[in-house]
Design a protein around this ligand. Sequence first.
Ligand code: N01
Length: 532
Amino acid sequence: MPVPESVDVVIVGAGFSGMYLLHRLRHQNKTAVVFEAGADVGGTWYWNRYPGARVDVESLAYSFSFDPTLEQDYEWRERYPTQPEILRYAQHVADRFDLRKDIVFRTRVSGATWDDESKTWLVRTEHADAVRARFLVMATGCLSAAKLPEIAGLDDFHGPTFHTAHWPHEGVDFTGQRVGIIGTGSSGVQSIPVIAAQAADLTVFQRTPAYSLPARNRALRDDEVTAMKANYPKFRQAQRESGFGVPVAMPTRSALEVGDAERDATFEVAWESGSLVNLLTAYKDLTTDQDANDTAKKWIHRKIHRIVDDPAVADDLSPQYPVGTKRPCLDTGYYETYNRDNVHLVNLQRTPLVAVTDKGIRTSEREYEFDAIVYATGFDAMTGALTNVDIRGRDGVSLKETWRAGPRTYLGIGSAGFPNLFMITGPGSPSVLSNMVVSIEQHVEWVSGVIRHLDERHLRTIEPQVDAQDAWVAHVNEIAGYTLYPKANSWYMGANVPGKTRVFMPYAGGVGEYRKKCDEVAANGYEGFQLT
Ligand code: N01
């Protein structure tokens, strides 16, 4: 579509957030344009096409709730849908609501500058287009700025290299090849079994092992789909009020107050259920008490040792940080893959990476030769996609500079000094600790609500007050301090990016509590924000 000169709202990103916000704003008679770097909608699910890619929240829960007809019409096939199935869903939503006509594809936003005189943002793209807008909404996702490992020689390798988040659309055939993969987070854990089944030989370079549960994926049964569809309004409400955006009965007992046999049986049930949330909520103190967490850790270590034939490999695969403090993974045959003759594990804690070479990968011990290298090395999470855009607020102040010592937001929605700028699932909101679709819908509805509020009162601007923002940042840190999260070098902490300030970025108080706070702020005339 041609780029308009001015609109009410510029939205950056046509993933689930950008699509729903566009749909919402149309109903409020706002003009909006969405800029999207990809060639189609879907965001995360457009880019992450690596083999084995699936979501770790069940399809019937990981879907929009805003339109009851969509919810009833759409037919999910699997419990944990694959990337192509989720992308098809995003494309269906775009078709159904005719969204693409206001989306400019293959266009990355490079910068945005606030003009205090006209009270507008001037938004620039890499194609040198510029659009004026009253509001700028960053719907850029939390895990969209992919990162490569910080090692020498990345350009030296003679063969093809692939990052899991930028996988070729036509797929990759590893048949007969020697493949090296760096990274054992969710993307590595999902792709390793699939690549191992195809390649002649797979070498996995692991810096930190992951806790992973078998997904127990399967086709959905007609009866369970019918039951869910009959119960959707109640289920959706329970999602909104829950801790993780996935309704579960909250535990009342400590892992330390039950006997070993009972605890083992409880963990076994959670493991067999194929649900991360079931494991983390098996007892009330698994995420807050080190001794309680140790019971789960030891149980999982025993499980890994039972699955993996070689005890030394099982040791290397057993994480030492508390369970849940890095995002656990859901897999299909991950640990079993290490029993294959063509799969080798390199523990980078013993023999660190030195360089990528023309032939392969060199560690402190030796050089490994490959035909292809896969980087499953993750993202500059939560802030990367925001600070990669040159956003300049009042007096030309840069968002990147302002956040150098860690992101500072009010409610994870706005940042002081940046009027009329909203972030969908920004740092300081539950976002990545939740079912993202639940958090996205809540933020989109809140942001469209505030725009309506301003319009109705003929107000031009909204911006967080510094004291409200300081109090929120302190609260986010305080809640994180009650948990074990800060104990791991995770991307939640920014610890995976050299030089990034270590601060726990998401809000760990739960989506239900968070929603209440956002609703309260709105009901009190957007308390903590300056409206002019
Ligand atoms: O990225 P990650 P991901 N040298 O950051 C290693 C979501 N997601 O793409 O842990 C050596 O988790 C790094 O090592 P370490 C989900 O929220 C969901 O896998 O930093 N190794 C780690 O092992 C997930 O958490 C789904 O020590 C290096 C790996 O690379 C998030 O996205 C599927 C390195 C990166 O793991 C990110 O997952 C996929 C270096 N220089 C993703 N740099 C599902 O729904 C990095 N590593 C299931």
